[in-house]
Design a protein around this ligand. Structure first.
Ligand SMILES: [Zn+2]
Length: 639
């Protein structure tokens, strides 16, 4: 479960501490906040939420299914604006063939059952569900038993409910020495104070001995006609890059960022550190050094330092990650200024140049040398998967997938007398919802037309590793996976009038989510802080990155019967007191009626897609559209 941006929690400026090593937490957390910082004047001009939500597309791909009967159900259950809902549903519905009533299934969602699962999974017995631990064994056994007893089929085509996920832990030697030579001068930055470096290659040593080249933001984005490389061969070099997206001013108002390029004020994947390292590796570079800037990264140097100073987990790929860079690294902006100066360059000028479309890579005349010695440890973990085969022979080889990560931090440093990181909200709650979802689908009188998968992934807290593994080794073709619906941290505080959809505006999913929410008399809100890049920080992202449209919901904040601001206060309290700490346990005042309602919404979204003839699609301007188009093309699926 991701940490909400600190600006939403003015009372909690501290970063999470707790389970696992700092690096473990960091892999998850640091990946997070990327901020494209508007100037102070721009902030004033734009207010806090400068990005207008994309206008909805009138023609929807949301296919209907049984809207009439499900509407009856909702009419009978609660007061709602039926005329409005009917209109909306009619507008987004484009078929009626193969309709199946989801009414009975929807009515079976039980807050008692969800709570019982959460209690079990977050109990002392499960030891915080650390990957590779005894807690993992108990957890995956429990999930398998639940899926089996609910009548779901094994989700792995090999006839089991499990997918093995081999993990490796890499601890770099903290005595590493980086030497940088320019014009006869040699600089040796201090490890942790001025630089961090590591290698994801599963080898005992990894080295660079190469020239450095500044490549601006290190971005190649054909859809924005942006190419920082301009055909320059960077093979075997050490790239030096800036963090975040290139800040491109709006041609009609230079005080604003151009909303048509790199998402305007929203951060795109091109701005993330993961992209920078992946791109550098694809370009054949030996290493990549990111210049840290607090305002552009969105967090101070300490976060970088703590995140990459200890053990780091990754997938144990058969190629031992030899396709990754030999060295990945960050340096402080102060040290970068000094280094560039030593090389006769001016960092500020280069930063300015890098924001221009005509920027070309600049060899720095600096030679970098570093050898990292690693301590390696391997462990076996597992994703758990169940399946409900679709009822339509023409569509059953396509899929709706629900995901929730089962793992948490296991047993770790003691806090207030407790060493078990129970993860009741994060993410026993989502796992419980997944079990309940599977059971509800099974309760349908007839399965939907497409098949439905229920995937509980491991090692999310270590950097989305279980979902990454699934996306890289899908058990069913991703081109035929219509949607991922991810559940990470359910609402345990009662019913809300709203629900938040992270990444709203990027795909035709919006219309389907709107229709489902309207059936419930609720409203869908967009992420109040799109510039933070929250969409890139939970398991659904590994699907999106590989082209699968993905629904990333977050609990609403307008609680029925509670004063304004109560939801935000509660979230702030959770973040300060329990998030990623042993204290994330079941609380006596929990009210799971909101979780049930959210589950019903997620059910309706998946159900519509599972019965629809069209899969949701990314809208133009989404960075995932090109990947999806290529994937559909390869699979011979018209789009
Ligand atoms: Zn978490």
């Amino acid at each position: 479960m991701r940490l909400r941006p600190r600006s939403l929690y003015p009372g909690n400026a501290n970063l999470p501490i707790g389970g696992g090593t700092e690096a473990q937490i960091a892999n998850r957390e640091i990946g997070a906040p990327r901020v494209r910082q508007p100037t102070p004047e721009l902030k004033l001009k734009l207010g806090r939420y400068p990005r207008a939500i994309m206008s909805k597309v009138a023609a929807s791909t949301a296919d209907c299914a049984a809207t009439d009967t499900s509407m009856k159900f909702f009419k009978s259950k609660r007061v709602w604006k039926s005329v409005l809902a009917c209109t909306t549903i009619a507008a987004v519905s484009s078929c009626s063939r193969g309709s199946i009533s989801p009414e009975t299934a929807l009515a079976t969602f039980s807050s008692d059952r969800i709570l019982a699962h959460i209690r079990k999974l977050s109990s002392d017995e499960f030891e915080g569900r650390g990957p590779g631990s005894n807690g993992e064994q108990l957890t995956i056994n429990y999930l398998e038993d639940q899926f089996r007893s609910a009548g779901l089929e094994p989700g792995n085509p090999d006839g089991t409910y499990l997918q093995s996920v081999p993990l490796v832990g890499i601890t770099p030697d903290n005595k590493m020495k980086l030497t940088l030579s320019a014009h006869g001068r040699t600089l040796e930055p201090k490890f942790q104070d001025e630089f961090v470096a590591w290698s994801k290659r599963v080898t005992e040593t990894s080295s660079i001995d190469a020239d450095m080249i500044f490549v601006g933001y290190g971005v190649q984005a054909p859809e924005f006609h942006w190419d920082d490389f301009k055909g320059v061969d960077v093979k075997g070099k050490v790239l030096v890059v800036l963090i975040n997206d290139p800040p491109v001013p709006d041609p009609s108002d230079s005080a604003k960022l151009d909303p048509k390029v790199f998402g305007g004020n929203s951060m795109t994947y091109y701005g993330r550190w993961t992209y920078k390292f992946e791109k550098a590796a694809r370009m054949g570079a030996a290493g990549c050094v990111i210049i840290h800037q607090t305002d552009r990264a969105g967090y101070p140097w300490e976060v970088v330092r703590n995140s990459w100073s200890g053990i780091q987990f990754d997938l144990a790929a058969p190629d031992k990650n030899m396709g990754r860079l030999a060295v990945e690294s960050w340096i402080t902006s102060d040290f970068a200024t000094e280094l560039f100066h030593a090389a006769g360059q001016d960092l500020d000028k280069l930063i300015h140049a890098a924001a221009q479309r005509d920027f070309k890579p600049i060899p720095l005349g600096i030679h970098a040398k570093l050898t990292i010695h690693n301590t390696l440890r391997t462990l076996d973990s597992h994703n758990v998967i169940a399946k409900l085969t679709g009822s339509d022979p023409d569509l059953r080889d396509s899929f709706v997938i629900y995901t929730a990560h089962w793992d948490h931090f296991g047993i770790g440093p003691e806090v207030n007398g407790d060493r078990i990181y129970h993860g009741a909200v994060d993410n026993a709650s989502g796992t419980a919802a997944l079990l309940e979802m599977a059971r509800a689908y099974k309760a349908l009188p007839k399965p939907p037309r497409r098949s439905v998968l229920f995937l509980s992934v491991t090692a999310e807290e270590q950097g989305l590793l279980g979902s990454k593994f699934y996306a890289e080794h899908p058990l069913y073709p991703l081109a035929r996976t219509a949607v991922d619906i991810n559940m990470d941290g359910m609402n345990v505080l009662g019913r809300t009038r709203d629900i938040v959809q992270i990444g709203r505006g990027a795909s035709t999913l919006d219309d389907i989510v709107d229709a489902a929410a309207q059936q419930q008399g609720r409203v869908v809100k967009s992420d109040p802080e799109p510039e933070k890049g929250l969409y890139y920080r939970s398991d659904h992202f590994e699907f999106a990155k590989n082209g699968v449209p993905a629904f990333d919901p977050e609990a609403g904040l307008e609680f029925i019967g509670k004063p304004d601001g109560w939801g935000l206060d509660q979230r702030r309290i959770f973040t300060a007191a329990r998030y990623h700490k042993p204290a994330d346990v079941v609380q006596p005042d929990w009210d799971l009626s909101g979780a049930v309602e959210d589950c019903q919404l997620f059910f309706l979204v998946g159900y519509r897609i599972a019965n629809g003839t069209q899969m949701p699609a990314w809208r133009s301007g989404s960075e995932f559209k090109a990947v999806r188009d290529a994937s559909l093309q390869d699979a011979g699926i018209p789009h």
